[in-house]
Design a protein around this ligand. Structure first.
Ligand code: NI
Length: 227
């Protein structure tokens, strides 16, 4: 299942990110690819361990942790330091597998990749092609979102980026380990939370049944949580 989260970064933040990235410069994107994906990957990225990438990555994480829709959808336990890439004409990322475990040498962080995230930093009209294509049980889906929006998708899916034919596609991408390992359970808690929030808007947080549903929501997370 794909979940799109709008307005994670403001347009002002996006412009600021873009200015900083352009000043930093780009390197071959294969440095972070696994054996299979390195053969089909042609793009550029900011050096993952550079202070600039880390600082921008921290800004992304701060924006994520303030985003209630993201928290509800992902229930994140650990978020891998965000990476930043660019595709120019002729560049693409063929269908590939994301490694199941990722380690970050700088921080020693190791995560099981449950969800993959692409945060778009180019507007759709700035480039042609460059769609994120994701194969899941509903077939192949193609995603291209406004700058500042992100898509969450299962790391278990085969996916890629179609060739860019004009302009440049700039994004941040990363993985996270969820508190809830099971994707089906995670989807149910997300839907449940969504319904509760609608009831809160109508009845308030202290309506007796809303209170009870909120308690059940927390008990479901407690039941499924692995930390
Ligand atoms: Ni990938």
């Amino acid at each position: 299942m794909l979940i799109c989260i709008p307005d994670v970064l403001s347009k002002q933040d996006v412009a600021d990110f873009r200015r900083i990235m352009e000043a930093e410069g780009w390197e071959d994107g294969r440095s972070t690819a696994g054996a299979q994906s390195a053969e089909v990957k042609q793009n550029e990225q900011l050096a993952p361990d550079s202070p600039v990438a880390r600082e921008l990555g921290n800004r992304v994480i701060r924006a994520l942790t303030a985003n209630l829709l993201f928290i509800s959808a992902a229930v994140p336990l650990r978020i891998f330091p965000p990476l930043f890439n660019r595709y120019r004409p002729g560049q693409y990322f063929g269908e590939h597998v994301d490694n199941c475990i990722r380690g970050d040498a700088l921080t020693g962080l190791r995560i099981r990749t449950d969800l993959s995230v692409t945060l778009f930093l180019s507007e759709p009209d700035e480039y042609e092609g460059g769609e994120l294509s994701i194969d899941d049980h509903q077939g192949s889906q193609r995603v291209k979102l406004p700058a500042g929006h992100l898509v969450l998708y299962p790391s278990t899916s085969l996916h890629g980026v179609t060739p860019v034919t004009r302009g440049a596609r700039i994004s941040s991408f990363f993985w996270l380990q969820s508190v809830i390992k099971d994707a089906h359970a995670r989807r149910m808690t997300f839907d449940f939370d969504h319904a509760i929030q609608a009831l809160v808007a109508r009845l308030g947080r202290n309506d007796p049944e809303v209170r009870q549903l909120t308690n059940i929501y927390h008990n479901l997370i407690r039941h499924w949580a692995e930390m």
